[in-house]
Every structure is written in C-alpha cells, then in structure tokens.
Design a protein around this ligand. Sequence first.
Ligand code: NAP
Length: 321
Amino acid sequence: MRSGLLLRMRVLITGGTGLIGRHAARALAARGHAVRVLSRRAAPHVSLLRDAPVAYHQGDVRLPDSLPAAFEGCDAVVLSHQFQNFPVENPRRAETFDAVDRLGTLHCVRAAQAAGVRRLVYVSGIALNNPNPPHPGIRAKLSAEQAVLESGIPSVALRVNVVYASDDKYFSRLARAARWSPLLPILGRGQTRCAPVHVDDVARAIALAVERPEVTGLVNVCGPDEVTWRAFMLAVAQAAAPRRRWIVLPIPQPLLMLAGAIGERLPTPLFSRDAVTFITQFDQSCRTGRGCEEAFGFRPQPLAVGLRAAFQRQSPGSAST
Ligand SMILES: NC(=O)c1ccc[n+]([C@@H]2O[C@H](COP(=O)([O-])OP(=O)(O)OC[C@H]3O[C@@H](n4cnc5c(N)ncnc54)[C@H](OP(=O)(O)O)[C@@H]3O)[C@@H](O)[C@H]2O)c1
C-alpha cells in the first residue's frame, strides 16, 4: 500500500527520454507523481512523452554543474542514463561506461545528497549477476550500483533483464524485418540464456521502487520465461509474422570480432570487440537473488503474451526516436 507521505512525489528521471526512462516517466505520471526528465537536450523530443505531463531539465551527467537545478526539490530520483550508442564506446567523445555509467552516476549521487533527495532507484543490468565480471562495462556499472547503495539515501538497484517493447531500437527492427526477410541473423551461437521482460513491467517495477522506500538493495527485474538468445530471436520473429519460417543465420564469433576490430577504428565507432563480448558472452538468467514478486508483489507477464502485445500489430516506423 502507498503511504500517505508518498502519495504525490516529485520524481526526476535521468535517461527519461530513453527506452526504459520514457516508459517509467509515463507510468509515474499516470500514478499521480510530478515527473521531471533530465536530457542533454532542452525540449521534448520523444514522441511518447509529448502528451505526458512531464517537465524537462537540460543536463549532462558528465557535467556536475549541470545537475543541481534538476535535482533541487525532488523527493526521488530514478537513474536510467546510459551512454549514447551503448554498448559501442566512443572514448574520444567521452561516450563510455566509465564516463557516463560510473562517473556520471557518481555525480548524480552527489547531486541527490546535496538536494536532500529521499529515495534513489538505479536502473542496472542483470549481467551484473555474473560472479566474475571481466568486462569493463560490468565493472563500471557495479561501481555505480555500489555508489548508489552506499549513498546514505534509501536506495534500490533494479537489475533489469533484456527489455523488449514496440518502440525499442533492436527487437522492433527485427520484428519488422522478419515480416519480409527469409533470413534471421543471430549474433554468435545464440546459446547464452536470458529472461526477457516487457518494458511495461520494468516501468511498473520502477514506479513501485520509487513508492516503496522500505525495499532496498538489489532486485532482479526479469520475465518469467528463461530462453536462449536464439529462441528469443525466433519468438520475436514469430510474434511479428506467425505464419512465416526463417533460415537462422548464426554470425560466428570470429567474424563478429573482426567486424568489431574494424568498427572500433572508425572516427565514430560503429561496433567494437568489447561490444561483441558484452552482447554475446554474459549469462542473463535470473537464477540468484530476489525478483519483482518478492520485492513488489507482482509477476511480469509471460514472454508469449508480452511479445504479442509488443509486435503482433506493430505499425511500420514506430521504432525508438
Ligand atoms: N534496454 C535494455 O534492454 C536494458 C536491459 C538491462 C539494463 N538496462 C539499463 O537500463 C538503463 C537505461 O537503458 P535504456 O535502454 O533505456 O537506455 P537508452 O534507451 O539508450 O537511453 C539512454 C538515455 O540516457 C540519456 N543519456 C545519454 N548520455 C547522457 C548524458 N551524458 N547525460 C545525461 N543523460 C544521458 C539519454 O538522454 P538524452 O539523449 O535525451 O540526453 C537517454 O535518455 C541503462 O542503465 C541500461 O544499462 C537496459
């Protein structure tokens, strides 16, 4: 039950124009909260938020001086930023795990402390459940998580699984392509496991996390069905075009690494070896830790139901801004 104190909260969302952030912004606004979105741009530029009662604050998590005005007067802050073109880093432009995910989050934690914020929600990733993280991105995000959880502000880190939505950048494109292409390319062998979750369930978990300061520490946000990447890709395609069949085309790891080695040398990197490792190597199952049911009392929707909702009647051109 929502406490009287928390009935209408002032909530800032960093990354509020991103996939998860914009759905969380709408969910929080629909629940009666006053929502602010931090963006590097000043004006609303995301269609999902255009008709939502959401205020914009211009700021960049890499620039600490740009943050206080946005944090001032907030009861709660949801941290859902991630560097542009994730997971392909661009060190020349400081678009990296370290600059945005780790250091940017640290700047936000300090701004939240200075502004007297009473609740922090960090949108993290399920890959952090891997016990021995050799990847710099996972190390950076672990460090960000730690800064949030040790901030002295009641905090929760939501370790989110792979997210799908009708307006996501990747799976919605796959769904559209599956309607005409006979081929279904898969990065690597597609044998790593994941428990994909619909963006509405992630937004719901974020809204409940904002409203329930008694829930602290780590919570997994996963769908109830654990599958291989290959099975997930096929399920997305089948939801989009139920009567079609495809030739599955696994792109071998060495070829991906070669593409990564070339892509990371371009003036604006299009691909990188680190990105290949991040995408293909980490188990994304939810076998350890507590989930949404235990922490927030709800069960995310089954994969088949969520995929139908996201992709069955998707109209062309609805991919993310
Ligand atoms: N999507 C997934 O499947 C998934 C799964 C697990 C975990 N996660 C985690 O969830 C979080 C959000 O992911 P997402 O997929 O929603 O991200 P996204 O769609 O790529 O959006 C990224 C957001 O970060 C903002 N941003 C980028 N650089 C910034 C900067 N320097 N300062 C301030 N804001 C900045 C962007 O805002 P502007 O461009 O408007 O400035 C945008 O709103 C990330 O931590 C990610 O690791 C995502």
